[in-house]
Ligand binder design. Structure first.
Ligand code: DGY
Length: 326
């Protein structure tokens, strides 16, 4: 029997590859680097399925080069790299990997927040440089986290999981989203809705968890940064373009913000000029979902979507668009 052809653009966990290989003719790139665009356009030509990652643009040009494509399964919850309306128009289903990375991403957000507030990276650098000469009352003083106000921007699954962890730190939690959550959820998480401008003004830690779209691009611009407390920290484990990174560098340099912790960047993998020189910023290479357990779950979920749609004739569990038939 003819096996559908699928393209897998990156190295993925063995288990996920085995699942795909048992159903498909897999064009497996097996590399840890981004697929060159020309190779992507060439390889997609005869494929019915695509398993890709968030650095690979699935746009009109790619769809035009893929006359047989039926499904795009991204190894991520975010799908801002996929032109979903163009997929829908072409009858291509798009799927993502929600849910399985929620808690892992929330854990990492807290790792960033705590590292920035308590200057963990600066302390590590200090030790490795052999500069530690013994305990000193005023050495590398950070900011307390417990009892402070946490502002969560974007109150979906991940934002809520971040807020839940704030209970252990006896924090006052504010959240902003375009839609308020049910009062029971607010009560359970001990979170209060605030308009964005109020949240920015009142929070000691502002943590971003919204999806990237036209509304959230540069949501945190120079004006928003100026409205934050000079003692506040900005945490971004969502998408880089939500923050005007050049404005952030300026604000940090000018001492208009005490610190920041970033897992994502406006022009990933690049950073805004000057960012890497600032000691009061913790920088991570898009690691929030990067635990062994979660990346395996994401891989299995992304692979299963292709199996469901192309081999079992089932609707995948997590579509991001609606197609009448795959
Ligand atoms: C996602 O899934 O969108 C994250 O950014 C990477 O796991």
């Amino acid at each position: 029997m003819r096996r559908p052809k699928v393209l897998v653009t990156r190295r993925i966990p063995e288990e996920a590859l085995r699942l795909l290989s048992s159903h498909f003719e897999v064009d497996y790139r097996g590399k840890d680097t981004a697929i060159p665009r020309s190779e992507f356009l060439r390889k997609i030509k005869d494929k019915e399925g695509l398993l890709c990652v968030l650095t690979e643009r699935v746009d009109q040009q790619l769809l035009d080069a893929a006359p047989k494509l039926k499904i795009v399964s991204t190894y991520s919850v975010g799908f801002d790299h996929i032109d979903v309306p163009a997929c829908t128009k072409k009858g291509v289903l798009a799927t993502n990997t929600p849910g399985v990375l929620t808690e892992t991403t929330a854990d990492f957000t807290w790792a960033l927040l705590l590292a920035a507030a308590r200057r963990v990276v600066e302390g590590d650098t200090y030790m490795r440089a052999g500069r530690y000469k013994g305990w000193d009352p005023l050495m590398i003083l950070g900011s307390d986290v417990h009892g402070k106000t946490l502002g969560v921007v974007g109150f979906g699954r991940i934002g809520q999981a971040v807020a839940r962890r704030a209970k252990g730190f006896a924090m006052n939690v504010l959240y902003y989203d375009v839609q308020r959550v049910f009062p029971e959820i607010e009560a359970d998480l001990g979170a209060r809705f605030a308009e964005l401008k109020d949240l920015l003004r009142q929070s000691d830690f502002v943590s971003l968890h919204a999806a990237l779209d036209a509304r959230t691009r540069h949501l945190i611009d120079a004006k928003a940064l100026a409205s934050m407390k000079p003692s506040a920290y900005l945490i971004n484990a969502a998408r880089g373009p939500m923050v005007d990174e050049a404005a952030l560098v300026k604000a940090l340099k000018a001492g208009r913000l005490r610190g920041a912790a970033l897992d994502v960047y406006e022009r990933e993998p690049k950073m805004a000029a000057g960012l890497a020189k600032l000691p009061n910023v913790v920088l991570a290479p898009h690691l929030a979902s990067a635990s062994l357990e979660t990346r395996l779950k994401m891989g299995m979920m992304a692979a299963q979507a292709l199996v469901d749609a192309l081999a079992l004739g089932k609707s995948p569990a997590h579509p991001v668009n609606k197609i009448s038939e795959v």
